[in-house]
Design a protein around this ligand. Structure first.
Ligand SMILES: Cc1ncc(COP(=O)(O)O)c(C=O)c1O
Length: 398
């Protein structure tokens, strides 16, 4: 783990930051600010993918080797979130993990699923699909770009079974008050599922300290991996009573028993898995996780916060309205735009990668971004103020 360099205010000094940047070839020709969609590809991740192809070439079907790698990924990710390996299921998408969990819940004594309107759409879809099984879904409306803890506390009651909670909203960068929501939910005996897809990889995670019951994230954004891999954490005490009906042979106590006539869910969180593991994605994700952990998650968090503050101050000076609350520590900043899609195209002409969601321009920071990236972006925004919503409309027209 890197440590504080004397004489610098940032935990990562310039040389260390430059060394990290050099491992991401795309940064040689692009200002990459789209990690909220897909993290940049680093050389170690590419090498991991090549290692998978080589193992396939060399051995044909080295399943023992691949299963060994897959268990290593489980152990590494468990360490990353402060859990034990037997509390982690390896799935192919966050949606798959959430579906498996939803299928294991019974909407009997408690029927309500309470969630804020800032959840990623898949969260709404999966729980709404449980209505024929008895679930009652309630959405909490946002106020001023926030879903308030008071509103969670008012809506969670003794009929609430689970509270799905996004850590960071994909559309505006709002950060949920996780500990407070967990306290409000547990006070009424409700469970909490934290969706960390828009934040995992940018700061330390400790699921035990957060007190969440379930935690899900995928690897393709800030965890630097490829699509096709996600993890579901289930608090140990909850596992025995939860029996998913979305299942398959890799969710069984012994997948290699090849016993078609018996359902025998694994005693661990592996019971939330279904089919063959996403081996190529596992090979490409492990090196990314290692890079992050070796850099030190405190270091990553500080860099992300520093860049976020710089952008928000710069945007404020330009009079650009932000959808992201002013106290944000990142990683996602969303600026209000008249035509966000057109703005993304204008930025692409300057080799700046960002993305659009409705009326928002999404800019996201990771450990490989620099002060120069923020400067380049602010300059480009200044030239396109007419596409942005500004507090002083007269400023538009550059
Ligand atoms: C916060 C959040 N949750 C869930 C998802 C969906 O993940 P998956 O496609 O792996 O199901 C995304 C995808 O972008 C996301 O941003």
């Amino acid at each position: 783990m890197l440590s504080r360099h004397p004489g610098t205010t940032l935990l990562l000094n310039d040389a260390q930051a430059a060394e990290i940047r050099s491992q991401f070839p795309i940064l040689r020709h692009k200002v990459y600010l789209n990690s909220c969609s897909q993290g940049a590809l680093c050389e170690a991740v590419e090498a991991g993918l090549r290692e998978y192809l080589e193992s396939w070439h060399a051995h044909g079907s080295p399943w023992d080797l691949w299963v060994d790698h897959y268990e290593q990924a489980r152990t590494l990710f468990a360490r990353f979130i402060g859990a034990d390996a037997d509390e982690v299921a390896i799935v192919t998408s966050a949606s798959e993990g959430i579906n498996s969990l939803a299928s294991a819940l019974l909407f009997r004594e408690r029927k309500k699923v309470v969630m804020g309107e800032f959840e990623f759409p898949t969260m709404g879809h999966i729980w709404l699909a449980q209505r024929p099984r008895g679930a009652e879904i309630e959405f909490i409306a946002a106020r001023d770009n926030r879903v308030a803890i008071e509103d969670y506390a008012a809506r969670i009651d003794r009929n609430t079974l689970i509270v799905p909670l996004t850590r960071v909203c994909f559309a505006n960068g709002f950060r949920s008050p996780v500990r407070e929501v967990v306290a409000a939910a547990h006070d009424k005996g409700a469970l909490v599922l934290l969706d960390d897809f828009q934040d995992a990889g940018t700061r330390p995670v400790d699921v035990k300290a957060l007190g969440v019951d379930f935690y899900v994230t995928g690897t393709l954004k800030y965890l630097l991996g490829s699509p096709g891999l996600a993890f579901l954490y289930v608090r140990r005490e909850l596992i025995p009573a939860l029996v998913p009906t979305v299942t398959g042979w890799f969710g069984q106590a012994n997948p290699f028993a090849f016993d078609v006539k018996h359902l025998d869910p694994a005693p661990s969180a592996r019971r939330f898995q279904s089919g063959s593991p996403p081996v190529p994605s596992i090979y490409s994700t492990v090196p990314g996780l290692k890079l992050l952990m070796n850099t030190g998650m405190e270091n990553v968090a500080e860099r992300v916060q520093h860049l976020t503050r710089k952008l928000m101050e710069g945007a404020e000076k330009l009079g650009i309205e932000s959808k992201t609350p002013a106290d944000s520590v990142g990683p996602l900043v969303v600026l209000r735009a008249h035509d966000a899609e057109a703005l993304v195209k204008k930025l692409a002409e300057r080799d700046i990668a960002a993305s659009a969601r409705r009326d928002g321009l999404r800019i996201s920071f990771h450990l490989y971004n620099s002060d120069q990236d923020v400067q380049s972006l602010l300059m480009a925004l200044e030239h396109n103020l007419d596409l942005l919503v500004t507090k002083h409309p007269a400023a538009a027209g550059h």
